[in-house]
Design a protein. Sequence first.
Length: 202
Amino acid sequence: MAGLLLVVSGPSGAGKSTVLRAVMQKRKDMFFSVSATTRPPRPGEVDGREYYFVTPDDFRRMQEDGELLEWAAYAGNLYGTPLSPVIERLGRGETVVLDIESIGAVEVKQKYFEAIMIFLAPSTEQETERRLRSRGTDAEEIIQRRLENSRREYRAIDRYQYIVVNDVLDKAIQTLDAIIIAEAARTGRNGALFAEYREMIK
C-alpha cells in the first residue's frame, strides 16, 4: 500500500517546524521532504538538511527535466520539491511530509489527488503578527513582506481538508497525529484488504 502524502502549509511563525518535528519523533515511518532553493544558506544551515542549495541554472534544469513535484517563487528566490525521493518513499509505504506554501500545495494536489492538505496556523492573523514581531530578528520591511505572504496563505485556507490550530503546542501535535491515524484507516486506502476479507467469508 502506498504511503500517505501530507502537504502542510501555513503562515510564517505558525510553528509548523516545531509541530512536525514533534510528530515525527513519535513516528518512525515519516519522511520529511527537503526542498531545493536558490537562496543562499543562512548561518548554521547544512546542504541537504534544511534545503538543497542550488544555483538558479541548476533549478531551471530541474524544472525542465521534470525533477520537481512543485515549485514556487518566494521573496525573490525559487523553491521546489524534488520528485524522486517523494515517489520512492511513498512506494515504501512511508508517510511523506511536505512543508510548502499554498501555491505549491495546490500544484501538488492537482498532480496527486490523494495528497492530504493540512493548514497549520494560530487562531488569528493578529497572533501571527505578534509571533513574527516577537522574534526580534527581522527588519520592519521583512516583517511586512512576511505578513503579506501570511495573508496570502490565509486566503487559500479553503483549499485544505484540515485546519490545525497551533495556539497550544501539545494540542496541535495531538491533532496532527490524529489526522494521520484517521487517514491511514480510511476505507478507500484499505479497500483491497477488505475485498480479501469479503472473499474469505463468502
